[in-house]
Design a binder for this molecule. Structure first.
Ligand SMILES: Cc1cc2nc3c(=O)[nH]c(=O)nc-3n(C[C@H](O)[C@H](O)[C@H](O)COP(=O)(O)O)c2cc1C
Length: 365
């Protein structure tokens, strides 16, 4: 039996967790065309709780019927039907003794296959790098987005709050994660080259955090003080893997200090290899920097941590919880296997496939 600290109990706000192991958010594009979570999703999510993960973070869920939907067949949280479908997922996870947070997401310029709108929106009218993801049924360049007006930005803040409230009250989720990472709308605001605004939503690094902080405040006001709330933050983007914050450690101080003073309970940082130095000038990982500049917050670390020694190393660097993506896909029962010192299954890329049928030729390499 493993005695790893990964199996110590934890708490986010009022939410008790049986261990420190978290399923990372993973888009499954397995809902109906109009965003209703499927029965297969119920079984998929239930399986991680049965396998011993104390916490699961849902795939990114879209928040309005405008520009937020990121991929075709993504599940949403914009009406009662979508919330009821998620309720089946959350009930199943709870029956297995697990907890589940809803990750709420706005695609911004990276929207592809939106059921509601064809145009895309962003902080500034700048065409995204890279190409749409064929894995998620996209093709060719991303279109040039339209710059959002101030009124539209306020509307998006309200949509985050509406979706969060619906996820808790009707969807049965235990808490909320705001998707501020990986190149989607909130990260587009944080990133210098996609945000060239000169109003209060742009400017220096602190200015480019304004939308993140406004969304946090609005969601917190709506869900109340006792419901777990966190935000996911990254440097890399799905369309720009190598991106580093321009001012290195100084940017990490700005970002994490502002988040440290905000109403969130936790920060979830993701890097390709979470233990590596975040910037050339310093030996510290992004998780270690978040720990340093936001000492009062719970910290979730993610990125290549599916071996026990790596996961424990991140606990040593200051993380409270460890999120596994590919490792969880390969081993829905990773916690039980590790606890019982049973072998882990190797990851292979066919495991990336959505739960819905998809041809092998459509998988990313
Ligand atoms: C199939 C797949 C879908 C993903 N979808 C999301 C998502 O919806 N939201 C998100 O924040 N990250 C998403 N990610 C990123 C993962 O949460 C995680 O950061 C990444 O897999 C690296 O962690 P790992 O090394 O443990 O796999 C996705 C990753 C994969 C493999």
């Amino acid at each position: 039996m493993s005695t790893s600290p990964l199996f110590h109990a934890a708490k986010i706000n009022q939410l008790q967790l049986t261990n420190r192991l978290v399923v990372a958010p993973m888009t499954r594009v397995s809902a109906s065309e109009d965003g209703i979570a499927s029965e297969r999703m119920v079984r998929y999510y239930e399986d991680f709780a049965r396998g011993g993960f104390g916490l699961t973070i849902s795939e990114g869920i879209y928040i309005d019927d405008q520009w937020s939907q990121t991929y075709a067949f993504q599940a949403g949280m914009i009406n009662a039907r979508q919330a009821e479908a998620w309720r089946k997922v959350t009930d199943a996870v709870h029956r297995q003794g697990g907890k589940i947070l809803a990750q709420i997401q706005h695609a911004g310029a990276l929207s592809q296959g939106n059921h509601y709108q064809h145009e895309t929106v962003a902080p500034s009218a700048i065409q995204p790098l890279g190409e749409q993801l064929p894995f998620y049924r996209g093709e060719g360049d991303y279109p040039q987005p339209r710059a959002l007006s101030d009124a539209e930005i306020h509307q998006i803040i309200d949509s985050f709050a509406d979706a969060a409230e619906r996820a808790i009250k009707d969807g049965g989720f235990d808490g909320i994660e705001i998707h501020g990472a990986n190149g989607y709308l909130l990260d587009q605001f944080l990133t210098r080259y996609t945000n060239q605004r000169s109003d209060k939503w742009g400017g220096d690094t602190a200015g480019r955090m304004t939308l993140n902080l406004a969304v946090i405040a609005a969601v917190r006001a709506r869900i109340g003080d006792t419901v777990p709330l966190g935000i996911r933050i990254s440097q890399a983007k799905v369309n720009d893997f190598q991106h580093k914050w321009q001012h290195g450690e100084a940017d990490s101080r700005t970002v994490f200090s502002l988040l440290g003073d905000s109403a969130i309970d936790y920060i979830h940082v993701t890097e390709h290899e979470a233990w590596q130095p975040a910037f050339a000038e310093s030996p510290l990982s992004l998780a270690a920097l978040a720990r340093q500049f936001a000492p009062g917050k719970i910290l979730i670390a993610n990125g290549g941590l599916h071996q026990v020694d790596k996961a424990e190393r991140l606990l040593d660097q200051g993380a409270d919880l460890i999120a596994l993506g590919r490792g969880a896909l390969a081993n829905h029962d990773w916690p039980q296997r590790v606890k019982n010192q049973a072998p882990l299954r190797e990851f292979d890329r066919t495991l990336l496939a959505p739960i819905a049928d998809i041809k092998a030729s459509e998988l990313p390499s």
